[in-house]
Design a protein around this ligand. Structure first.
Ligand code: FES
Length: 116
């Protein structure tokens, strides 16, 4: 059960990105904002998390080249790791954290707060 409830959907910077049902537990999918910015959407035991999709070490897509292991995603290009919940770089060669996005869920719809 998702604990992230949307309190308002009238704010212009809260944007829909995908459905909860699109992301199986333990999986990651790619979503895209209207300007083409790519996001990685994770389901960790029913809780949705969103980070930037692009690895901070190189051009790998974490939704395509990443492996979710527990609360971390491993980039299979060079085996760097990030904490999905915080974006913290957990294993070399990754040192720069991933941007994480504030997630809101209403029903089956997943939104992010676009704070850029
Ligand atoms: Fe991701 Fe190098 S591109 S670890």
């Amino acid at each position: 059960m998702n604990q992230q409830l949307i309190t308002t959907d009238s704010s212009e910077n809260i944007v829909p990105i995908c459905l909860v049902s699109d992301v199986e537990p333990g999986e990651v999918i790619q979503a895209e904002l209207s300007d083409g910015h790519q996001l990685a959407v994770y389901n960790l035991e029913g809780v949705i998390y969103v980070t930037d999709d692009k690895c901070t070490h190189g051009d790998a897509s974490l939704s395509e080249d990443g492996m979710v292991e527990g609360d971390e995603v491993e980039c299979t290009w060079h085996f760097g790791r990030f904490d999905i919940r915080t974006g913290k770089a957990c294993a070399m060669p990754c040192t720069v954290p991933l941007k994480t996005w504030v997630v809101r869920v209403k029903g089956d719809q997943v939104y992010v707060e676009d704070d850029r």
